[in-house]
Design a protein around this ligand. Structure first.
Ligand code: ADP
Ligand code: ZN
Ligand code: ZN
Length: 803
């Protein structure tokens, strides 16, 4: 008799432990640790992960597992162990820790099928299976279960004859658009046009359009183009003069691209020195964390590539993390170019099915390298030889929902298990990492100069207050404007950089100062011209822009600030001849559009690339000789102790985009606070000095890396409830921690209300509190019971967002 310990998919305190189930005899050989199963739970049937298979249980009267969900374990032994570690370190429910390691396709909503593997022959299958596959190449999982085929399927899968597919069930949305086309020839259409009654002006316009163009068009484009309503168009469809159809929009993932193969470059002296300790660590199967500190263009990526090469030659595998935003084709090409189809790429641009395909390649050991964003750290390799985290300072490596893990911590944990190196690369390392390198916890490797000793671009800081005093109210300083013009004349390209989408493009009344804000959240709505709409970035609330001020009825209510759209408008006015490509969340929403826009810019189809931080990374085009930062300080004033660090990193990063090739580069940084050290030092690209200054500030204010942080956020619809609950938590915390720790709060969260829930917080700063985890767990557990009253308590250990 076999028994399985199962973590069930019920994220709650009472169920946050393994439950024992009997394995029915027909599944005895099938069910293994790391597989998902369906189990009875109360009156329901739910999913769970088998974490252990054993012979005895301390419990009597066990219920039976209903059925397995997998043919092979989806989590290997190491990942199961990692799940426990993740639970302990991020204080999340066990079920979340396991779920986060799997691709989305393995989570509900998908139909599971078993398919004959490419090249496999039905005749190779065991007899009971043959009849099922003789007519069809796929078999529905439900049918397999009903007919007792799973043990056969399992064997066939182990032999590589079958694979499991996850198909998105049909109703999960595909993208559709309405398309309109002419139902008649142009001649007939003309006759019909004349027959329309005289007052049907709009309908006539539509017909005239089709007489002229005589081809199909998206309904939305048509109505925009000739300014008619969709009702007008539909009326013509009803008259059978036009046809209407729904078309599926195909995604455009730039598939089947051919990657030019590259070979290892002979390393420079600096690179040779830097790579040596990494190679030694690989050779000696030694776990070590390296911090590869080198400016952009100093040859870090080449070091990654050659280290991976060594790992592959040893028969091992590599994980490379890059920020989502930097997962551009350029970056991916470098890895595919070197290692070809040994590389799996995991990024959010892929559909769930495509992601599952990549994941499966890793699981089936068909690839040796996994390149991806944060979650790729869970790539199910079993013989990892190196883990690389590029741009290690990026905050996107921290997940902001349960489990609130940092990819760097997970990387180090996995690398310890596999006795392999971790390489953290950055031109502007996070303060935490650099401090650890200074203390020799990490091994510091430096690449002090750019390849071929190209000079770093010259950076000039422009004081926008001076501009204003001189009477220039434009968002472009005189200098920046002149340089843009100069580049235009020389036929060179410029990049203009703006923080965040519509960061400050709110709608404000110029008479009374009223700002339109979200009714559910204490935050102003962001203006989007495309739809003449305002949106809340937190809860998604939308509303049209008011024509008059709701407070004072003034008509002078308009949008403010410098969203990318507004910059584009102004560029159109001051440099009408410039061709501009705008890249922000709005223009790159569609899959592939990011790449398409970059390609257009690379092909010289525009003079100016204008965008948000998504253009700060990875851009490496020879013709860019000017980078302009429109307002360097927008990020400085966020309620975040990392705001100086982030400003410095971002400015340094953007500056690095200019002059990467033969042509020298220039950078203009516009700011209202030129005296701030993070801006001044970004101007001279002096990381070391910045590090010293910032460490001093952090020390003074008890922030990381001198102290650890834990943030508790409490929210509820009733303000009084939140206040008293947070007060209780703070008191409890103070009674539990040592006098070395500081408990701040309760205080109102920087965003005081989201989605109609009031938010309060407590911040704990500490150096060594061995009991803190237990204390925090107690707090979570206590409030689990209160969750019914709607009180939500979340704990973020090592938070990156304090809002
Ligand atoms: P980073 O990752 O630090 O930005 P890269 O590895 O991308 O730097 O190197 C910058 C440029 O220099 C790239 O175009 C790369 O191909 C080139 N490069 C890197 N190492 C060498 C080398 N050893 N010899 C010649 N060119 C190199
Ligand atoms: Zn007003
Ligand atoms: Zn809102």
């Amino acid at each position: 008799m076999k028994i399985a310990s199962v973590i069930v998919d019920v994220p709650a305190k009472q169920t946050d432990k393994a439950f024992d189930y009997l394995i029915p005899s027909q599944w005895e050989e099938t069910i293994q640790p790391g597989m998902r199963v369906v189990v009875p739970f109360g009156p329901r049937h739910i999913q769970g992960f088998v974490i252990e298979v054993k012979r005895e249980s301390e419990f009597k009267q066990l219920r039976e597992i209903i059925e397995p969900m997998d043919l092979e374990p989806v989590l290997n032994h190491e990942l199961l162990k990692l799940g426990t570690w993740l639970t302990d370190h991020t204080l999340c429910f066990k079920i979340f820790a396991f779920q986060v390691m799997l691709p989305a396709a393995l989570k509900a909503k998908y139909e599971k099928k078993v398919k004959l593997a490419p090249g496999a022959d039905v005749a190779d299958l065991q007899l009971p299976l043959q009849s099922y596959f003789s007519n069809s190449s796929t078999l529905n999982w439900e049918i397999a279960l009903k007919n007792g085929l799973v043990p056969y399927l399992q064997r066939a899968s182990a032999e590589g004859l079958l694979e499991v597919l996850y198909e998105v069930k049909e109703k999960v949305r595909k993208k559709h658009v309405h398309v309109i086309g002419p139902a008649l020839g142009a001649q007939d259409m003309k006759l019909e046009l004349e027959r329309l009654p005289g007052n049907a002006e709009k309908q006539k316009q539509v017909l005239a359009y089709f007489i002229e163009h005589h081809s199909e068009i998206e309904l939305r484009q048509l109505t925009e183009k000739i300014k008619v309503s969709s009702t007008t168009v539909k009326a013509l469809v009803e008259k059978k003069l036009l046809w209407e159809a729904e078309k599926e929009v195909y995604r455009d993932p730039y598939e089947n691209r051919i990657f030019e193969r590259t070979s290892p470059l002979p390393l420079t002296e600096a690179q040779t020195t830097a790579i040596k300790p990494i190679l030694d660590s690989i050779e000696g199967n030694q776990h070590e964390v390296f911090l590869l500190y080198g400016v952009t263009g100093s040859g870090k990526t080449e070091i990654y590539l050659q280290s991976i090469q060594e790992v592959i030659e040893k028969g091992k595998e590599a994980i490379v993390l890059v920020p989502e935003i930097a997962l551009t084709p350029q970056m991916v090409n470098r890895f595919k170019g070197r290692f070809g189809d040994q590389v799996a790429v995991l990024h959010s641009g892929l559909s769930a099915g495509e992601k599952y395909d990549e994941w499966r390649k890793i699981q089936r050991k068909q690839v040796k390298v996994a390149v991806g964003a944060r979650s790729a750290i869970f790539a199910p390799f079993e013989n990892i030889g190196i883990i690389i985290i590029d741009e290690e300072h990026e905050t996107s490596y921290k997940q902001e929902e349960m489990p609130r893990y940092h990819a760097k911590d997970v990387a180090i944990e996995r690398a310890k298990t596999y006795s392999c190196p971790v390489v953290l690369g950055s031109a502007t390392p996070s303060l935490e990492s650099f401090a650890r390198a200074q203390k020799k916890v990490y091994h510091l490797l430096s690449l002090p100069t750019r390849m071929n000793n190209q000079a770093l671009p010259s950076v000039e800081i422009i004081d926008m207050r001076e501009e204003l005093r001189a009477g220039n109210r434009s968002m472009f300083s005189t200098k920046l404007f002149e340089m843009l013009k100069d580049r235009l004349e020389k036929n060179q390209q410029s990049v203009l950089f703006l923080n965040k989408r519509g960061h400050s493009s709110f709608v404000m009344c110029r008479d009374c100062g009223y700002v339109v804000s979200c009714p559910n959240c204490d935050i102003s709505l962001t203006y989007h011209r495309a739809g003449v709409q305002m949106k809340c970035h937190y809860c998604g609330f939308e509303s049209p822009v008011p024509k008059i001020c709701p407070e004072c009825s003034s008509e002078y209510i308009r949008y403010f600030g410098t969203g990318t759209q507004k910059v584009e408008d102004e560029l159109g006015k001051i440099l009408p001849e410039a061709r501009v490509i705008r890249m922000d969340v709005d223009t790159t929403g569609r899959k592939g559009s990011h790449e398409r826009l970059l390609k257009e810019f690379q092909d010289g189809k525009a003079d100016i690339l204008l965008g948000t931080q998504m253009i700060a990374k990875g851009l490496d085009f020879p013709n860019i000789t000017l980078v302009g930062v429109l307002s360097a300080d927008t990020m400085l004033h966020l309620p975040d102790f990392r705001s100086s660090e982030k400003t410095f990193q971002l400015l340094t990063q953007v500056s690095g985009r200019a002059g990467r090739h033969q042509l020298p580069g220039e950078v203009i940084i516009q700011t209202y606070t030129p005296e701030h050290y993070s801006i001044e030092l970004a101007g001279t690209q002096n990381y070391d000095l910045f590090y010293q200054r910032e460490m001093f500030v952090r020390k003074m204010h008890h922030y990381p890396p001198f102290y650890f942080l834990a943030l508790i956020t409490v929210s509820h619809e009733q303000l009084m409830t939140v206040m008293s609950a947070t007060e209780k938590i703070a008191r409890f915390l103070r009674s539990q921690v040592s006098n070395q720790a500081v408990v701040l709060g309760p205080s109102v969260s920087p965003i005081a209300r989201i989605n109609n829930r009031y938010r309060y917080q407590c911040l704990i700063k500490y150096k060594r509190e061995p009991n803190l985890t237990k204390t925090l767990k107690t707090i979570i557990d206590q409030h689990q019971n209160e969750a019914k009253n709607g009180l939500l308590v979340s704990v973020d250990v090592n938070p990156f967002i304090l809002m």
